[in-house]
Write a protein of this length. Structure first.
Length: 146
């Protein structure tokens, strides 16, 4: 997430996370160096292993997950499924909403909402207040870690 960005029309979601005491550890699915091979670019704050080990409180997918790039989409799917397997909350924004739903076997709606929370089901987030309320899921311990 980038400070000040308007995520799917819901305002500066990164600030909402910070206001609620949730720090974000960036990761991205992107084109690899030296060619059109998709790679997972991990910034020093988090790794895929952190997701698989349940070391993170959840996963936020702000959008721009790779579009039609099959390798980037597969990497995105792996992250979503790893978080889901650890029973971590997943919040997706914008174009990440239908992809996240598909990753977990849900049929995305024709008109996808601006954001969703995947945690104990699917919760539609249509306002900044909805996002703020949903952030509480990131404070709860995962059942997999219990």
């Amino acid at each position: 997430m980038a400070p000040g960005m308007d995520y799917a029309g819901l305002g500066d979601a990164e600030s909402l996370f910070m206001e609620e005491g949730v720090a974000l550890a960036p990761m991205s699915c992107s084109e690899g160096r030296g060619g059109p091979h998709a790679a997972l670019t991990i910034l020093p704050t988090a790794t895929v292993q952190d997701v698989e080990d349940g070391a993170l409180a959840g996963l936020v997918a702000p959008g721009g997950h790779g579009g039609d790039d099959n390798a980037a989409a597969a990497t995105f799917d792996k992250l979503i499924n790893a978080a889901h397997a650890e029973e971590l909350p997943v919040m997706a924004f914008g174009d990440a909403v239908p992809r996240a739903l598909e990753s977990l076997g849900f049929e995305p709606p024709t008109d996808a909402p601006p954001a969703i929370l995947l945690h104990d089901g699917v919760r539609i987030l249509e306002s900044a207040d909805d996002v703020r309320d949903a952030i509480a899921a990131f404070h709860a311990p995962s059942r997999a870690a219990a």
